[in-house]
Design a protein around this ligand. Sequence first.
Ligand code: PLP
Length: 370
Amino acid sequence: MTQTAHGVEFNKHLSATPKSVEEREAILANPGFGDYFTDNTAIVDFKVDADGNGGWHNARVEAYGPISLDPSAAVLHYGQEIFEGLKAYRHADGSVWTFRPEANAARLNKSARRLALPELPEDYFLGAIRELVAADQDWVPSGDGEALYLRPFMIATEAFLGVRAAREVSFRVIASPAGNYFGGELKPVSIWISREYARAGRGGTGAAKCGGNYAASLIAQQEAEANGCKQVLFLDHFNDDAVEELGGMNVFFVFKDGSLATPALTGTILEGVTRSSVMQVARDMGREVSERKITLAEWRDGVASGEITEVFACGTAAVITPIGVLKDETEFIGSEDAKTGDVTMAIREQLLGIQTGTVEDTHGWLTRLV
Ligand SMILES: *Cc1c(COP(=O)(O)O)cnc(C)c1O
């Protein structure tokens, strides 16, 4: 097996005790988000010696189960970890597809460079997804808005407390059947403004998809929930209150003239695959889209004057979610009884249509898995 070979071989030792059809169907009837996992997992290990020899090896699919780690494993102490998120969609003819996986493979490697983890050749990334979904294809739900959420991740497994990049690493993919992320029907959510906390700073890891960013966002998320909000908005609050993003979703604004804008990538914002797809879909609809700075003041004034007509958040897990209210102790922008805007809805339907096979995929975004 070589790293450059197209179509890496995965050894298969599939679960000897998969869930019964009845158990699986009970789960698929109400999957929630991130609560249940399929029978198997894909794994590729990495090891190099001090001379730099070695690399990725032992690609396999095996039974889903606990990971055995030495208590000194680097990931447990220094958080050397990155992850990805994408979905497998069931089309009407029963086939299973995924959306822009090459973009996730590329972003994983961008995150890997920032976290001093080894880059994973794309063939391994795509191979792991393909082999896992093939093994667990019965877990891909077919209901409206449902999909199999795929979570690739990479952890530093080397047993070593010295502070340096680990020489032993594991790449894994787990899969979880998913329904609607925020639960129930699509309605605008309320968002809490984080004034005290940042999820990322200049020169930090904001543009990498790593667990540490999420750990840093949880206290702000708790504050949001305590105030009746679903998510938190992070701002560049040490400077000019430039809007960055939510804890795990990018933000878009729709203007009176039909154009859209989203915060420019400054290094503190995660470059979402959904963000880039929304920009393309909006342009395909003949809309102008700009990436620029949008401050909290522009949001407040724009909603008040009618210049900004819709605001929405986007990401793989929750697709496109309208934002009804943005608030904190001193601020209240929007309205509790806001309805989902027409532009938000049209972009959402177009994107979901491409992903689920009911709208033509003119950009070659879909990859067939099964
Ligand atoms: C994953 C993620 C997003 C959304 O990215 P998608 O590729 O669209 O799912 C946005 N912000 C953060 C912080 C993320 O981790």
